[in-house]
Design a protein around this ligand. Structure first.
Ligand code: ADP
Ligand code: MG
Length: 279
């Protein structure tokens, strides 16, 4: 493993609400799960720090409401952090806290450095654009202008995700859930991003379809060497994909380490429950 992480997150906080004297102090806040009963503030992400290394899949697992999507939205700039730092190991961006750069620069980073695959394909795709049109949209955002070239890249990407080329003009709204996720993945890969975020991409799919999409993600890791953060409430998904895993509960990291080690010897009580429920 390389010693310099490609993505380095430090002390990320995301809260909904202003806080009050019962919860504003992180050291001695009294919350019900992630929620302050006095003022209603939700602490969705509390002091999250993580490293993503080149070519690895980092898993984030935790029950519904544990803050996984809030974390991903902050990382992809869909949502503002309350506080925190993120550094990308990139020639132009090194040393800058990306949470604090201009919105123009954030857009640039999303277009050129990041890919995102959402749980709900409606958030990642224009359902009434053709599939190849969706890919072209992201290619254009990343500075491409040559139509012939974009078509070539689009066809190759659809092949990569096993969408038949003869269906490339079809709109994703006519596709099955599994196919929509594969178009989303193709689109997310189109700018050749060093970092890819995937939030519950197989949740809600049939088990056999889920297995195909998980296989595809594994293949992409092997062939493209892209670093990925994969979020799921389902430890079985994380077990299949992730080299290292972070366990979240009530907005906090309660355990992290090599996925195999966490599965063999979970130390936090919540992780133990997750592991036993697999058996
Ligand atoms: P997960 O993805 O792990 O299910 P989320 O990140 O979606 O969890 O949610 C974490 C917590 O933040 C939940 O308690 C949720 O209700 C709360 N939350 C998420 N988005 C908002 C919002 N826009 N306003 C208020 N609370 C929110
Ligand atoms: Mg979620």
């Amino acid at each position: 493993m390389h010693d310099q992480p490609i993505l380095k997150v430090r002390n990320l906080n995301r809260q909904f609400g202003a806080g009050c004297r019962h919860c504003i102090n992180a050291e001695d806040r009294s919350l019900t799960k992630n929620y302050c009963e006095s003022c209603g503030t939700v602490y969705a992400c509390q002091n999250i720090s993580l490293d993503l290394f080149a070519g690895e899949i980092l898993g984030v697992v935790g029950e519904s409401g544990s803050g996984k999507s809030s974390l991903m939205k902050c990382l992809y700039f869909d949502s503002e952090v309350t506080s925190g730092e993120v550094l990308l190991d990139d020639e132009e961006l090194r040393g800058q806290n990306l949470f604090e750069v201009s919105s123009q620069k954030k857009r640039y980073i999303r277009n050129y450095k990041y890919g995102m695959v959402y749980q709900n394909p409606v958030h990642g795709l224009k359902m009434n654009f053709s599939s190849i049109g969706n890919i072209a949209e992201k290619l254009i955002a990343a500075g491409n202008r040559n139509v012939g070239e974009m078509e070539k890249i689009g066809k190759r990407l659809l092949e990569t995700v096993h969408i038949p080329i003869f269906r490339m003009k079809e709109e994703p709204r006519h596709f099955s859930g599994g196919m929509q996720q594969r178009v989303q993945i193709a689109k997310a890969l189109s700018n050749n991003p060093p970092v890819l975020f995937l939030d519950e991409v197989t949740t809600g799919l049939d088990l056999s379809v889920q297995a195909d999409v998980l296989d595809l993600i594994k293949t992409i890791q092997r062939e493209f060497g892209i670093s990925m953060v994969v979020v799921s409430h389902d430890l079985a998904v994380i077990r299949m994909l992730a080299d290292r895993t972070i366990v979240m509960l009530n907005g906090e990291i309660v355990e992290q380490g090599l996925t195999d080690q966490i599965l063999e010897d979970p130390s936090h009580k919540y992780t133990q429950q997750l592991v036993y429920s697999l058996l």
